[in-house]
Design a protein around this ligand. Structure first.
Ligand code: ATP
Ligand code: MG
Length: 486
């Protein structure tokens, strides 16, 4: 172990936000050891802006709770941690861990519980990468480096602590972390990892809960280097483990969306990580829509059911939370509305809560060479810049063109051709999502809702299938959400 001077590593307390110093100070004052560890130290040494600061201590979670009282909550079962609220920030305070006892590892070597407290030396070997295992005591101005991690930082190398195969078996999510850090830091992956990191090994990810994988996918989407990590996910065989039905090729649309996401993050803009899921799943969604259309299902039902199917399949890998699923389906539904809006609804659509996301999606499609948008991305872009008078003129011109092309048109694939009623409200973009729990399903079944049209093998619908008999439901317009453009 070498003790480095913090100042020699380019670290000073002036770089640290007061909340992390408060946490370290409170623990030290209570007689415990406390360090900043992980990404915070690594990123500061690299001159990057840390996403957050994690602390580690010899106090057990219960003792941390004693120190911080109501500001502290103990979370996690597999990996127990204390969450300390410092002002508006949250600091994860972990306790030094010793190797787990044999009884809590699975047959494949995966650690099922990791709550065996230990010393700092034992804690260090339990961490994933050398560069994440530097312990910074800001008040003493020292960094404890047990494995020459500082050299790996200088050489821009990502090195797992211990035997790479064993470390991946213990926790397969480390495979995802490898690619995330390699992409985020632009580090090379150590040869001993590359040697064993095969697509077969990624099968281990099947044992990880789809909830945890969703969280990890979000970290990949929001780290600011999504475009760099996507090809790596394919090369290392992780793509198949994360995305159920998305073919592993990066279309122009996906690439543009990834670049766009990275740019927004670099500019400090917010992003909705579900947007990228909407992009990834767009092609499977269209394919599923066409499947239903080919069976004679009316377009609106085909889209609704295709959305449910695609998200259900994806949930076998990553469970997308309900609110994010609704967002994704609304963005897809917006594509139809924006492509062929009823002239009376144009203004209302442009102020709809989901307009912004739907429009961004449409424009991205168009800029990626998708001509099925029929130039409507550009049309909406221009529309938003117009004065009220110009908007009126644009709408009547659009109306004339629409009438002309409608006369010519026979049928349209995905877009529904309904008789134009003088409605200016917008129907809800998506209906209530399918219930997940048995209790939800039961109570839904009691209500008048028709049977969901899923087939037993997922590929065929007979013509007695309920979806074909389904009556058009009169939608409840009181559910329409109008809101400011996001
Ligand atoms: P980020 O910049 O994404 O926050 P980080 O390195 O801080 O990166 P966290 O997930 O916040 O990552 O974890 C904090 C630290 O906990 C890591 O630096 C690492 O030392 C340890 N750690 C986290 N996850 C694992 C894991 N799966 N296996 C071993 N150690 C881990
Ligand atoms: Mg962190």
């Amino acid at each position: 172990m070498q003790t480095l001077r913090a100042s020699k590593c380019g670290l000073s307390t002036a770089q640290l936000p007061s909340y992390i110093l408060d946490v370290i100070d409170a623990l030290t004052k209570a007689g415990y050891e406390a360090y900043i560890v992980g990404g915070g130290v690594r990123d500061l040494i690299l001159g990057l802006n840390p996403k957050d600061f994690d602390a580690v201590t010899n106090a057990t979670p219960a003792q941390v709770k004693e120190v911080f009282g109501r500001r502290c909550r103990i979370i996690g079962r597999r990996f127990e941690l204390a969450h300390v609220y410092a002002g508006r920030e949250l600091v994860e305070v972990a306790t030094f861990r010793a190797p787990p006892k044999k009884a809590v590892t699975s047959a494949s070597g995966m650690i099922l519980r990791d709550n065996n407290w230990g010393t700092i030396e034992q804690d260090f070997v339990r961490r994933d990468f050398s560069i994440n295992a530097m312990y910074y005591q800001p008040r003493k101005g020292i960094v404890l480096d047990f494995c020459h991690a500082i050299d790996d930082i200088k050489n821009k190398t990502l090195r797992l602590l211990g035997d790479p195969t064993l470390r991946f078996e213990e926790d397969p999510v480390r495979m995802l972390r490898t690619l995330r850090f390699a992409a985020k830091l632009n580090f090379s992956i150590a040869p001993e990892i590359l040697e064993i990191f095969t697509p077969e090994l990624t099968q281990l990810l099947r044992d990880i809960s789809p909830h945890r994988l969703y969280d990890e996918s979000q970290k990949l989407f929001t780290m600011g280097h999504l475009n760099r990590v996507l090809p790596m996910l394919i090369d290392f065989g992780i793509w198949h483990q994360l995305f159920a039905d998305i073919s592993p090729d990066i279309s122009t649309f996906i690439e543009r969306a990834a670049i766009n996401t990275d740019q927004r993050i670099q500019m400090g803009k917010t992003i909705n990580p579900a947007f990228f899921y909407a992009v990834l799943l767009w092609k499977p969604f269209l394919e599923r829509c066409n499947f239903y259309l080919s069976k004679g299902v009316v377009p609106a039902e085909a889209r609704a059911q295709a959305g449910l199917d695609v998200l259900k399949r994806q949930a076998t890998r990553t469970i997308i939370p309900r609110f994010a699923e609704t967002f994704i389906r609304e963005v897809w539904e917006m594509q139809t509305r924006l492509l062929n809006p009823k002239p009376q609804q144009i203004q209302a659509l442009s102020t709809h809560a989901r307009f912004r996301a739907g429009f961004d999606f449409l424009l991205l499609r168009e800029k990626s060479g998708d001509d099925t948008t029929q130039g409507m991305g550009v049309w909406w872009d221009a529309y938003q810049q117009m004065s009220t008078d110009e908007k009126e003129r644009a709408i009547s011109q659009y109306n004339r063109q629409r009438a002309k092309s409608r006369r010519k048109a026979t049928t349209d694939d995905v877009v529904e051709t309904k008789s134009v009623a003088a409605i200016t409200e917008i129907e809800p973009l998506v209906n209530e999502p399918e219930p997940r729990s048995r209790r939800e399903r039961k109570s839904r079944a009691k209500s008048e809702r028709p049977v969901q049209p899923t087939s037993s093998n997922g590929s065929e619908i007979g013509y007695d299938h309920p979806i074909l008999k389904r009556k058009r439901v009169k939608r409840d317009l009181s559910q329409v959400i109008f809101g400011p453009t996001q």
